[in-house]
Design a protein around this ligand. Structure first.
Ligand SMILES: C[S@@+](CC[C@H](N)C(=O)[O-])C[C@H]1O[C@@H](n2cnc3c(N)ncnc32)[C@H](O)[C@@H]1O
Length: 425
């Protein structure tokens, strides 16, 4: 399991180095670069491997956008992607993480040891691999994380164009073309899900249709979102599920249902089942047919507790008067116009005074927004012409549908919150 806290010894060591280099800098300003390097090493030491992954997958996106490429992020991101093909992370952790030369690392794939060395030293500079003597590589906790397919999926997903088109020129096309797209539209806020930066850069398709047509990437996308969640607080940690969902629950039929709308591979329902075993009503996963098929193949629903339903959330909701319609990271994928359509279908199915909509999404601060929220906001802009929303924007969106926000719950800076919505009686 990946560590949830950084190694205290490493942090202490890095702090000591910063203090030492700081003192040296005070006497001799020409040593500035050494101080910057040790300050970066301190950040790496204080981050958990998961922080580091999110930083690479989410935050560096913004650097590309704002063209702050002076740290060489595009080259580094490409190096990380190549490392996955070279199986460097998996190989590095083999034999208990015994240090390996570039020849050792190259043997697995038959790659050129020179190439492997160039990629490996880039990984060391990014904190993705450790170096224990010249050209001798060993895993650190970030390597161990990336040695797992489900974590590496984040890096694959970030570079999906690179993988599909096999051309470096169109790597991260949507981000690369975003500035040009915005110039061409006189810097209007992208609000059209069918005609935005993504369509400008890729085939003119809606983003999800584009993804569905590429099974490898579609799998990487679902693996990535699934894995990501395991390291963030669960919505059941912040929402009084017993009081709001279990008490007064109708025992059977549609009214007993907890419907996970756009629920991906079923992890949310599995977690809900484990965290709130007192919920004895039906558990229903609604997704695009391709996702339902993939989840079924992976055994989701095999024991009959979770029901699988292919359903397009722009169509009328088949489960009427459910206890809860849950959506995590669904509405942030869509501009307001489409969110209104999705919410209208739920509103139409809700039982006043009984049904609730639960929205698990970022609630971005009005001031000094968390880097995770800001990163996702730009991500949503470039990929789906959408946005992360402030509390005010959530309330305005929900109100405009004739629905009512009854509570906003959150836990920790930079995480998703939980918004409870009812149909006013
Ligand atoms: C960002 S993912 C979130 C998945 C899941 N709720 C989670 O948080 O792990 C958005 C999901 O919406 C699904 N989706 C997209 N368009 C859909 C549609 N028209 N109807 C139903 N699901 C859809 C996608 O397949 C994807 O799983």
């Amino acid at each position: 399991m990946t560590p949830k806290t950084p190694d205290v010894e490493n942090v202490a060591q890095a702090l000591k180095q910063v203090a030492e280099d700081g003192r040296r800098f005070m006497d001799d300003s020409s040593t500035r670069e050494r101080l910057v390097a040790s300050a970066r090493a301190l950040v790496l030491a204080a981050q958990t491997p998961m922080d580091s992954l999110l930083w690479h997958v989410w935050a560096l996106t913004i650097d590309v956008l704002t063209q702050h490429c002076h740290h060489g992020q595009p080259t580094r991101t490409a190096a990380a992607r190549v490392a996955l093909d070279l199986k460097i992370f998996e190989t590095a952790v083999e034999n208990g993480g015994h240090p390996k030369s570039s020849e050792d690392l190259a043997a697995v794939t038959g790659a050129s040891p020179t190439l492997v060395k160039r990629i490996s030293r880039a990984l060391v500079s990014m904190g993705m691999l450790a170096e224990e003597g010249p050209g001798l590589y060993a895993p650190n906790s970030f390597t161990t994380l990336l040695a797992n397919k489900e974590y590496a999926a984040g890096i694959m997903f970030k570079l999906f164009e690179l993988k599909v088109r096999q051309s470096f020129d169109i790597n991260m096309e949507s981000f690369a073309k975003l500035p040009e797209y915005l110039r061409n539209t006189n810097f209007q806020n992208p609000e059209n899900a069918l005609d935005g930066p993504f369509q400008y850069a890729n085939d003119n398709k809606p983003a999800f249709s584009w993804l569905v047509e590429r099974p490898d990437l579609f799998e990487a996308f679902h693996l990535y979102i699934h894995t990501l969640r395991q390291h963030r607080p669960s919505w059941t940690d912040m929402y009084p599920a017993m009081e709001r969902l279990v008490e007064g629950l109708e025992p059977d039929g549609d009214a007993s249902a907890f419907v996970d709308v756009g629920g991906s591979m079923g992890q949310i329902l599995q977690d809900f089942r484990a965290n709130v075993p007192q919920y004895t009503g039906r558990l229903i996963l609604q997704e695009l047919p391709e996702v339902v098929a993939a989840a079924t193949e992976k055994g989701v629903g095999a024991d009959g507790r979770i029901e699988m339903q292919a359903h397009d959330f722009f169509n009328p909701q088949p489960v009427r008067g459910a206890r809860a319609y849950f959506m995590r990271s669904v509405l942030h994928d869509w501009p307001d116009a489409q969110c209104r359509k999705i919410l209208a279908q739920l509103k139409d199915a809700m039982e006043p005074g009984y049904s609730r909509i639960l929205i698990s999404d970022c609630v971005i601060s009005d001031e000094k927004a968390a880097w995770q929220h800001v990163s996702m906001d730009i991500f949503m802009m470039a990929q789906v012409s959408s946005r992360e929303r402030t509390e005010h924007e959530w309330r305005a969106l929900v109100d405009s549908c004739g629905l009512k926000v009854t509570g906003i719950y959150s836990k920790g800076d930079g995480n998703e919150g939980l918004i409870e919505v009812i149909l006013p009686e």
